[in-house]
Design a binder for this molecule. Structure first.
Ligand code: ZN
Length: 402
């Protein structure tokens, strides 16, 4: 009888034996300092956990002459791509041909993922900052797809108005996302045939944006402001008001394309800093950064970030010039640049725009609160705006002409 019970117990132990499957790259990056994978493995095995490592599939999906497209090593969303340039660490080290190829790879990656997954939005961004302790070894753009069944991560961030924190400061709730191997194969196949093209667009009709004015997101923004003030000791007493009960959480706004802000000569005249080969560099009238926000856009109307070779090269050179200007005048290199491509990543103006700004460290974690306050500031007058633009123009011109 006793022997039989022991036998049952043995079976139960076998049935409960856990197998933990790890991604070695991510584990290496995230293990606390001083702990090796071998130590962790031996501790786990002593506890009856079987440790396995996932076979590393080849993450590289496409290789050009200098640029390449790969699946991100620690993705925030399925089919999160990394577009890099071989042997280059910073954007300003890239030659004109490399910049053109970098842009073309971004274009191909975006289209291939859209076609195979049905993604309707892409957060496209780059920074040379360390993000959450992680640096990058080569210049590169990340592309996070959004708006398809398998992925709600970026849309969550847009609805909560937390995109900046999620994307730029790696504050995505860490998750291990899985790829459908067939989709990855289909992306690879498309990448070998796709060629960048620009389909001319005319501003007409209406543009729908559904993810703004979310009552919960406004409440959340207030909570950020509340917490920052409370933590600083400035707010002595005060509770958060309760969330107002609104029937529809998501408001839909319609934007009339005939009134595209960036096809309006008055807007351009007021905000332009620099123009060259089909692009404008504008200053935003609602800057989130005390150093100003810059908008780099094609002169012609284009909703998606589909640029000609000249526009693409000039846009990326403008990023390098802005970076250099700030570095020379402020000593800061805390820059970010991004494109919100599509309504499911919060694009609100239907004329594609590359955003660029620098934000000192102390302001970073308060970005959402800052943005909320900035959004309610009065718009700068024509004279104030021109004065700011002229000041920057003097500083930017020399770095643009190098
Ligand atoms: Zn336009």
């Amino acid at each position: 009888m006793k022997r039989f019970a022991l036998f049952l117990l043995g079976l139960a132990t076998i049935a409960n034996a856990a197998t933990w499957v790890f991604d070695r790259d991510i584990l290496e990056q995230r293990l606390p300092l001083g702990v090796t994978i071998e130590e962790l493995t031996s501790v786990l095995e002593n506890e009856g956990v079987e440790v396995c490592f996932k076979e590393q599939e080849d993450l590289v999906l496409w290789r050009g002459t200098r640029a390449f497209i790969s699946l991100a090593a620690s993705p925030f969303a399925p089919y999160h791509l990394w577009i890099g340039v071989e042997g280059r660490k910073t954007l300003d080290e890239c030659t004109t041909n490399e910049l053109a190829e970098l842009y073309e790879a971004i274009w191909k990656g975006r289209k291939a993922v859209a076609e195979t997954t049905g993604a309707t939005g892409f957060m496209i961004f780059t920074t040379e900052e360390m993000r959450n302790g992680k640096g990058t070894s080569s210049v590169g753009f990340e592309i996070i797809p959004s708006g398809f069944n398998e992925n709600s991560g970026v849309m969550d961030a847009v609805e909560k108005n937390l995109l900046n924190e999620y994307v730029f400061y790696n504050q995505f709730p860490f998750r291990s996302v899985s790829h459908n191997p067939e989709t990855v194969l289909a992306i690879r196949a498309l990448l070998s045939t796709l060629e960048p093209e620009v389909v001319p667009e005319k501003p007409q009709g209406m543009w729908t944006q559904k993810f703004l004015h979310h009552a919960e997101s406004i409440h959340q923004n207030l909570e950020w402001i509340h917490d920052i003030l409370a933590q600083s000791g400035a707010l002595i007493k005060g509770e958060m008001p309760s969330l107002s009960e609104e029937t529809g959480k998501v408001h839909e706004i319609l934007i009339d394309l005939d009134k595209c802000a960036f096809c309006n000569p008055k807007v351009i005249q007021k905000q332009v800093v620099y123009e060259k080969n089909g692009i404008y560099v504008l200053m935003s009238h609602k800057p989130i950064s005390p150093y100003g926000n810059f908008l780099i856009l094609p002169k012609r109307h284009q909703c998606s970030w589909d640029l000609t070779r000249d526009e693409a090269v000039e846009s990326l050179k403008a990023v390098s010039a802005l970076k250099k200007m700030f570095n020379e005048t402020t000593g800061l290199n805390n820059w970010i640049c991004y494109v919100q491509n599509g309504p499911t990543v919060g694009q609100t103006v239907p004329h594609t725009t590359l955003h660029f700004f620098i934000l000192p460290d102390r302001l970073k974690l308060n970005m959402t609160a800052l943005q909320h306050i900035n959004n309610q500031r009065p718009v700068l007058s024509y004279e104030e705006m021109r004065a700011n633009c002229e000041k920057v123009k003097q500083l930017l011109q020399p770095t643009c002409e190098e």
